[in-house]
Design a protein around this ligand. Structure first.
Ligand SMILES: [Zn+2]
Length: 319
């Protein structure tokens, strides 16, 4: 590990109920942003509202339009009615229709708002994307000015809404400058790119070393899919061993990828090897796999006189 990395406190991303909670739109110029602050980064006006509120507003307007249209139709019918009986019928029917409309609108308001929100996301997708790309530029500038943590925080927030590999790699190369610790709020899955990049493999390896609990299917599949390329990396071997060490945490991963684990079992730290050995020996299906024979011969070779392996297993506990 290089010593040039800076020790930082990474801000925790507040757990937001929905990923668009912090996205706001300017009611003056239509700029979308996740940047904090009261004024719009484009026009400077303090007219930023959360997208949810904007959707609620648009839904209200749409509903009001429906009511006005109904009133106009009812009035039209009343005016056109030739007899007083028909006028009374039109007026009575009109009132009933209006009442029904208002009840239905009130009842489905929340659902209509959510539909409006997804319509807004679709219609404004380019504006949202452009706004967040601008936000990212602000983040990158902060990083350049030495405000790495703030910059990282902004990039990370834009990454919640905009998913692309370029942004993921930008975040990963920022993270490379920080000395990561296990007590940090580290993300993994959202940073895994579609295509292979050594930055991603390095990051997965580091997380596997620091916080093996967050190594899950997506990271494992990435590592397995790109194993040959990782082996060509300078730190590749260590990455593969760290990830295997993390996989040994759960029986499920051993059962899913016995072939991969076999290739690295010999090089696992002893404590991880013992764990793997015990899990395999506690499961009849795993015992039938070639992995089990391998483990036996590794044990004979490396740990012949070792008693830690014991008789019966307690492989059930997770570590
Ligand atoms: Zn604006």
């Amino acid at each position: 590990m290089s010593t040039t990395k800076q020790a930082v406190q990474l801000p925790t991303l507040e757990q937001s109920r929905r990923k668009y909670d912090r996205l706001r739109v300017c009611r003056k110029c239509g700029r979308f942003t996740i940047l904090p602050g009261d004024s719009c980064p484009d026009c400077g006006k303090s007219r930023l509202v959360p997208v949810m509120e904007q959707a609620r507003r648009l839904t209200g307007r749409r509903m009001l339009n429906d009511i006005l249209l109904t009133i106009i139709l009812v009035i039209g019918a009343i005016v056109a009615a030739p007899t007083t009986t028909l006028i009374a019928l039109c007026a009575g029917g009109g009132v009933m229709i209006l009442a029904a409309l208002i009840i239905v609108q009130r009842r489905f308001r929340e659902r209509a708002t959510l539909r409006q929100l997804s319509r807004l996301f679709w219609q404004e997708r380019t504006a949202i994307y452009d706004g967040l790309v601008e936000d990212q530029r602000v983040g990158v500038e902060l990083v350049r000015d030495g405000e790495e943590v703030e910059g990282y925080h902004i990039l990370r927030q834009t990454a919640v809404v905009v998913h692309n590999d370029r942004l993921r790699l930008a975040l990963l190369s920022l993270l490379q400058n920080f000395r990561l610790r296990s007590d940090m709020d580290l993300e993994l899955e959202s940073l895994i790119t579609r295509d292979f990049d050594p930055l991603v493999a390095e990051y997965i390896g580091e997380v596997a070393r620091l916080k093996r609990d967050i190594i899950k299917d997506k990271a494992i599949r990435y590592i397995i899919a790109h194993e040959p390329k990782i082996l060509q990396m300078e730190q590749g071997w260590n990455i593969l061993i760290s990830v295997t060490s993390a996989m040994v945490r759960m029986k499920r991963y051993i059962a899913l990828y016995p072939g991969f684990i076999r290739r690295y079992a010999r090089h696992l730290p002893k404590e991880r090897f013992v764990r793997l050995y015990r899990i395999v020996h506690s499961d009849s299906e795993l015992l039938a796999d070639a992995l089990a024979q391998d483990l036996d011969s590794i044990r004979m070779e490396l740990y012949a006189s070792d008693t830690t392996f014991g008789g019966q297993t307690t492989g059930a506990q997770r570590s």
